[in-house]
Design a protein around this ligand. Structure first.
Ligand SMILES: NC(=O)c1ccc[n+]([C@@H]2O[C@H](COP(=O)([O-])OP(=O)(O)OC[C@H]3O[C@@H](n4cnc5c(N)ncnc54)[C@H](OP(=O)(O)O)[C@@H]3O)[C@@H](O)[C@H]2O)c1
Length: 381
């Protein structure tokens, strides 16, 4: 199958290299910005020519962002070309519309590469959805934060050095805020919700807490209890409502998340299947390998809709997720008489009783607005 690659950065180049070794696929054109064309290297900025070429059966998008990616993929689907993308931002906003269009046109719209690295996570959820009632999805979806958490918890490193090391090794972006503030995890979770439940929560309406305010005093608490912290996403559909939250979570030694050397660990839970875990070690180009796998699936006609046809954006809740929390505040302490506060190197900490996640996320935001530093993590059940 002849493929046009849209975007020739980290993922685009790795995808092109993997396609070289894949007999079922061939890169016909690479779409680049005007001024970067090179006919010998098949680089063009003439997208109309790509659309008009009947031999190009698929486009693989690795440009990122909403525009022009959205308009270009829509145009490709209208030309009955398969679309494969690694762009989680695009799918989280325009996924339902593009999925419906792909179905109308009888072509594939596949986006495994946008969530779970090289794991066939979204395909597995879509497959399980056909035969089981899915209750929850979640996991550790961001390798950068996992690398940092391992460095500070297992090697005794400090947060900033761990982040710099992740950047040096190419795991973390130069601007790591989407990773350490939990937004990258949230965007991947949106896609898992879409595939599992046909409901996509808008990012700005989700309860999202990252690990940016983690302090060595917090790590001391985790060690004292034999716990480890992971940045997790969890989402479930109950009584017609989508409950979602992204937050630091403490796990015991018998939890599969306790020993997680790198990469991701993702899961879905069905009424029939129970909880199914998938994990992979960190690898050189797992996202590109997922792009190529999706292209091969489309080439062989083995695809089926990843998003249910009635998929839509819905306002999520976080009050149906109830946990006890480790809470540390450096500043004005919340007025909660039953919480027992313990002084530490970075303010005071306490263990709360069971609370809806929504309440804790809201309280942390309010305390921060008043100038306090706050870190919290869900305690094991
Ligand atoms: N990197 C990862 O590990 C990873 C993992 C999972 C998913 N993803 C997703 O994969 C996508 C690509 O990520 P990346 O890391 O490969 O990004 P990247 O290295 O910045 O590459 C993006 C490429 O797209 C090109 N591009 C952007 N806008 C364009 C336009 N309007 N016209 C033509 N070319 C355009 C850029 O060209 P210029 O250089 O000329 O700007 C660049 O070559 C993103 O959606 C990202 O979220 C990435």
């Amino acid at each position: 199958m002849k493929v046009a690659l849209l975007g020739y950065g980290t993922i685009g180049k790795d995808t092109a290299a993997l396609i070289e070794a894949c007999p079922a696929l061939e890169v016909a054109q690479i779409y680049v910005r005007p001024g970067k064309e090179n006919a010998a290297e098949k680089k063009t900025s003439d997208y109309e020519a790509i659309l008009a070429d009947p031999e190009i059966a698929a486009v693989a998008e690795a440009m990122g962002g909403l525009e022009p990616a959205y308009s270009m993929l829509k145009a490709a689907l209208l030309q009955k070309k398969h679309v494969v993308t690694a762009n989680k931002q695009l799918v989280s906003v325009h996924g339902p519309e593009l999925a419906r269009l792909a179905e109308e046109q009888g072509v594939a719209f596949l986006f495994n590469a946008s969530c779970g690295g090289g794991l066939p996570y979204l395909t597995s959820i879509a497959d399980a959805r056909q035969s089981d009632r899915l209750e929850q999805v979640g996991g550790v979806l961001n390798g950068t934060t996992n690398f940092i958490l391992n460095a500070v918890q297992l090697k005794g490193g400090d947060f900033d050095s761990a982040l710099k090391e992740a950047q040096r090794r190419g795991f973390a972006e130069l601007d790591p805020s989407d990773d350490i503030e939990g937004r990258d995890t949230a965007r991947k979770c949106i896609l898992a919700c879409g595939v599992a439940f046909g409901r996509l929560p808008p990012e700005q309406e989700m309860a999202i807490e990252g690990i940016a305010s983690l302090h060595p005093a917090d790590v001391e608490f985790f060690h004292s209890r034999g716990l480890r912290c992971r940045l997790t996403a969890r989402a479930g559909l109950a009584e017609g409502f989508l409950n979602v939250c992204v937050q630091p979570t403490l796990v015991t030694e018998d939890d599969p998340l306790y020993n997680l050397p790198g990469g991701s660990l993702v899961w879905y839970q069905g009424v029939g299947s129970g909880r199914v875990h998938m994990t992979a070690r960190a690898a050189h180009n797992p996202t590109a390998s997922a792009m190529v796998r999706d292209l091969t699936t489309a080439a062989q006609g083995r695809h089926f809709p990843m998003l249910p046809t009635d998929s839509r954006l819905v306002t999520p809740r976080a009050d149906g997720m109830v946990c006890s929390y480790y809470l540390r505040v450096n500043g004005q302490l919340p007025q909660e008489p039953v919480w027992v506060w313990h002084p530490c190197d970075a303010g005071s900490w306490c263990e709360t009783g069971p609370l809806p996640a929504a309440d804790v996320h809201r309280m942390a935001q309010a305390l921060r607005r008043e100038g306090s530093e706050v870190f919290f993590a869900a305690l094991p059940d």
